[in-house]
Design a binder for this molecule. Sequence first.
Ligand code: SAM
Length: 280
Amino acid sequence: MNPDPRLQAVEHFYDFHPISAQQILAAVAARGVTPQEITEEVLQHHDQDHYGGTAAVDRLMAQAGVQAQDEVLDVCSGMGGPARYLAWKTGCRVTGLDLTRSRVQGATELTAVAGLSDRVQFVEGNALAMPFKAASFTLAIGQEAFAHIPHKAQLVSECARVLRPGGRLVFSDILRRQTLPQEDARRLFDGMRFSEIASVDDYAGWLQTHGMRMVHVLDLSEEWTRILRERHAMYQSLQAQTVERLGREHYERYDQAYAHFVGLYQVGVLGGALIHAERL
Ligand SMILES: C[S@@+](CC[C@H](N)C(=O)[O-])C[C@H]1O[C@@H](n2cnc3c(N)ncnc32)[C@H](O)[C@@H]1O
């Protein structure tokens, strides 16, 4: 386990997240699909842990211009949904990096079940000290995960280091659109384990410092406000399962934290964007 208490808190959060690989396999089984029949076409409706499902991955892929020859790094790959989808759709190779061992294990298991292990692999590690050589990848992606990471200048520096010159960094993140009051920042860490919420301008500065150029920013704030309301309702629909698996107190704590998070979108304090940068 990582010595930084903020990273330990993130690992604990994902060890006890309402959605896990086992829960995904149970949802697929409930549709009457046997383990032998599971393919990426089936899994992709259940395993995307970001906002907007595979349509959001399609948009990211179009922005990044992903090709079969790309060597892709998915930074904070979770249960591996986007990594598998990208490899399945384009034929490229994808490495997923994630801090949380249970997420790496779940992603590896789901990838084997989908028959994609020859092109998609997962590595346990910290995005702030990536276990990869310099210039290993042509494209790095990330979705709805960087808000968990403190020291984001170091995260951008690591992304730049592992990309080849001309390589692209295309990611979406939870962002602040105005000053985030300290009390809200504290509650976002306590409830959702978001350590540091950046603005687009913060990213622009870090990218420039680390030899990268901002190519495009697509504001997703409005779209995410709607999606987050729907996600909150989806988590609430899993109440019985979550209470059985993790207990009522855990369910209620998560529900209240999510309501606070969605509320900050509704009042315009939080937003989101898809950011495309290039390594010079
Ligand atoms: C919301 S999930 C996103 C998963 C994936 N991007 C997707 O769209 O399905 C966030 C993931 O970030 C990972 N994570 C958080 N901090 C990290 C860090 N410092 N290094 C690597 N992974 C990290 C968590 O373990 C978690 O699996």
